[in-house]
Write a protein that binds this ligand. Structure first.
Ligand code: NAD
Length: 300
């Protein structure tokens, strides 16, 4: 594999909210990027910005040093990796597959084992930092896999993120990400509850948030999602349905390992409530609508 990032070629599959920005950052780092998505318009848009428009998953991987996937859920990654026309059957020339989606750790371990048997390196490397981190190449990346695979993947990670850590063997990246999501979900719920109590008590929510941001209750979620909650802007950011997917993965893992997580169960049910009320495509801050319904109040 060449040492200069400028000489690297990467196949990138999944050009949604996150993948589009991540592929662009690989291009900015001087790499040749071969892009594929089932949405043709997403491929065409990046092709207009200098990427190679691939016709299929196999075509994206053709001649590449690595193939990166950024897809919604476990079955999507399994289809792209293990499917007839997938990366397992048509590996990149550099024999490195990096999955950056958030999916089940057990599925990553299965794909890792299948790849290892064929001399293909496989790394699970989910991310945190949202669309803004993806755009600014400041993602936190938590990688699971062999030390050798991690070293091979590092130049790609460095083009997309700032905090990059090898957290253990295959599946460990996803486990760390699920811990991250568990904290995020419960934190969003805590903010919704504080805002519901403050609102019912007649406190100005903007001032409440400002004060809390200066004290020990401050958090990334309060900083980034608080204003949208107060403004009633449900639309932007990381989608409710993706967070519910992650919380389901947390439940799956905790049930498999017999680890009781009562707060995670509660917040999962609130996300189910949000999705049942049609909020799935909205941003995470739309969890406040569950509290609007429970308190029969809106501050907006
Ligand atoms: P997204 O739904 O916006 O994008 C996914 C893309 O994959 C879409 O463009 C879709 O057309 C494409 N796709 C689906 N199946 C495909 C297939 N078989 N072949 C090719 N393309 C296919 O999702 P996103 O927000 O970009 O998130 C991607 C992953 O990253 C998810 O696992 C999510 O949980 C995780 N994540 C998202 C965020 C965020 O803030 N959005 C943050 C961290 C992690």
């Amino acid at each position: 594999m060449p040492h200069s990032t400028a000489l690297r070629t990467v196949g990138f599959i999944g050009l949604g909210t996150m993948g589009r920005e991540m592929a662009l950052n690989l291009m900015k780092a001087g790499m040749a990027v071969r892009v594929f998505d089932v949405r043709r318009e997403a491929v065409d848009e990046l092709a207009a910005l200098g990427a190679h428009a691939a016709q299929s998953v196999a075509d994206a991987a053709r001649g590449a040093d690595a193939a990166i996937t950024m897809l919604p859920n476990t079955p999507d990654v399994e289809a792209v990796v293990l499917g007839e026309e997938g990366l397992f059957a048509h590996p990149p020339a550099g024999r490195l597959i990096i999955d950056m989606s958030t999916i089940a750790p057990a599925a990553e371990r299965r794909m890792h084992a299948q790849c290892a048997a064929r001399g293909i390196e496989y790394v699970d490397a989910p991310v945190s930092g949202g669309p803004i981190g993806a755009k600014n190449a400041t993602l936190t990346i938590m990688a699971g896999g062999t030390g050798q695979a991690y070293e091979m993947a590092l130049p790609f990670f460095k083009a997309m993120g700032t905090t990059v850590t090898h957290v253990g063997a295959s599946g460990a990246g996803q486990t760390v990400k699920l811990c991250n999501q568990l904290i995020c979900g419960i934190n969003i719920q805590a903010i919704c509850e504080a805002f519901a109590l403050g609102r019912a008590s007649g406190v100005n929510l903007r001032q409440l948030r400002e004060v809390l941001m200066g004290g020990s209750a401050a958090s990334w979620m309060m900083d980034k999602l608080g204003p949208a909650m107060i403004d009633g802007d449900a639309s932007a950011g990381f989608r409710i349905d993706l967070m519910l997917k992650d919380l389901r993965l947390v439940q799956e893992q905790s049930h498999t390992l017999n680890v009781p997580l009562p707060a995670a169960s509660l917040v999962t049910n609130q996300y189910l409530d949000a999705v049942a009320h049609g909020e799935g495509r909205n941003g995470n801050q739309a969890l406040f609508r569950v509290y609007d319904r429970m308190t029969a109040q809106t501050s907006r």
